[in-house]
Write a protein that binds this ligand. Sequence first.
Ligand SMILES: [Fe+2]
Ligand SMILES: [Fe+2]
Length: 308
Amino acid sequence: MHVNGNSNTMFLGELQAKRIAQNVLNLPTLPTVIAKMMQIMDDPRTTVAQLSRLISSDQVLSAKLLKLANSAFYGIPRKVGTLELAIVMLGFESLKTLALGVSVIDRFSDNWNDAFDYSEFWEHAFGCAVASSMVARDICPDQKGEAFVAGLLHDIGKLILSQFAKRHFSAVIKNVSEYNSDFFSAEKAILGVAHADIAAWFADKWNFPRKLINALHYHHTPKYAQQDNQLAACVHLGDYLVRLVGIGFCPGKNMPLFDDTAFEEKTVQRDAIGQIDFQYYSEKLLVGVEESDSFLKIIARGINHAMD
Ligand SMILES: [Fe+2]
Ligand SMILES: [Fe+2]
């Protein structure tokens, strides 16, 4: 690959990785309401009323969650008028990841780096959210909401890099675009660390559920997610499909490597020769993106300026 691969670069990469790790650890912690939410949701004695009271203390968050619960995405036939009902209908796990997704977007809605195309980034992220939840319908239908949020946040490491390692991250993008090298190798050589690792550090610091951390960490290598690789597999295929149909930020012309070993025992649509049916999923994704438009707009309110 065409990166300056001498020993100085590797040394620089190690130093960079350390500096980036330090910055991620210094990032602001989870907003208080969300942190409390995570805490009480893990306690089996928590009641819906307690949770609803806590979420209500953040008016913006409650309004957003209520709107999301009423969107076509969840297909709840009647209008959900109260937060309590929304909590019951969505379930604790879905609600938890949804609240995390909304908070992360709020935290990362500012554009820090003029050289990075944020609208393209979010387009890719939203496309991947829709694609991952579409794949989850086949692989793990009970985790459709989690897959959506995992898809939405899968490349959050790139956003962090665009803030804390501006120059080096721009060098990665330039390298991938000019020499068609793969993103992972360029990151490793220039930064000493990959965006999926950074996403996992960040998610860990924000106390994301373990499944979600795994999905972000292994979205390029789902076979390493071991026993709990369903979400990582959904995002891996979702990310590939988004690249295939060309939605959003995709530097370089080469398609990323696809790891089909993670799908060996999973229920996915296959073609006549038993391969994953990318054609089927691509067509479905384009329809899905259009149908999810209103849901995406509610979540994206904080980053509308970046989506214009
Ligand atoms: Fe990625
Ligand atoms: Fe991606």
